[in-house]
Design a protein around this ligand. Structure first.
Ligand code: IMP
Ligand code: MG
Length: 179
């Protein structure tokens, strides 16, 4: 697994420090709110689990799974819900947690979705941001790190469902995905 990694972008320690920083901001920003953290499966799971333990105010969690068609080919921008929320978010302050914001198509869809579900507020926290690739302009309130336009894996993020268990974030050697 490790032999497929080109560069380590962010170490375990760097990620931990950043996650704690974001957790502190969330704890203060949402002090008088009705916070529900919504993870986008599966990539956000590791980030969400760590972030959750740095949030020092009452909160709920829930999960959604979505598929964005044409990810590897040309994106049609069609997003489909594979797993919906368990409970209503009406009147709640939703914080969507993502692993990477890339084109913004997935989050653009989810933002609208939560608004129609009458959430009191909707914000986004992402571990990684690929700013240069945006096709839909989405406001991201909490960003861990900016990353270059390269294929990223680790800390929950996969290539073909693998590498999620790496404790750091790194780039994949091109020969691995060009095979
Ligand atoms: P988008 O913003 O709708 O284009 O989709 C973002 C999603 O694409 C992320 O949640 C990831 O699941 C996936 N993604 C984008 N870039 C990468 C990458 O470099 N490695 C792995 N998954 C990625
Ligand atoms: Mg994802």
């Amino acid at each position: 697994m490790i032999q497929d990694i080109k560069d380590i972008l962010f170490s375990e320690e760097e990620i931990n420090n950043k996650v704690r920083e974001i957790g502190e901001k969330i704890s203060s920003d949402y002090r008088d709110k009705n916070l529900i953290i919504v993870g986008v499966l599966k990539g956000s799971v590791v980030f969400l689990a760590d972030l959750l333990r740095t949030v020092k105010i009452p909160c709920e969690i829930d999960f959604m799974a979505v598929s964005s068609y044409g990810k590897s080919t040309e994106s049609s921008g069609v997003v489909r819900i594979l797993k919906d929320l368990d409970d209503s978010v009406e009147g709640k302050d939703v914080l969507i947690v993502e692993d990477i914001v890339d084109s913004g198509i997935t989050l653009g869809y989810l933002l609208n979705y939560f608004k129609t579900r009458k959430a009191n507020s909707v914000e986004i926290a992402t571990l990684l941001n690929k700013d240069g690739r945006r096709r839909v302009d989405v406001p991201v309130k909490y960003i861990g790190f900016e990353v270059p336009d390269e294929f990223i894996v680790g800390y929950g993020i996969d290539y073909a469902q693998r590498y999620r268990n790496l404790p750091f974030v790194g780039t994949l050697k091109p020969e691995v995905y060009e095979k």
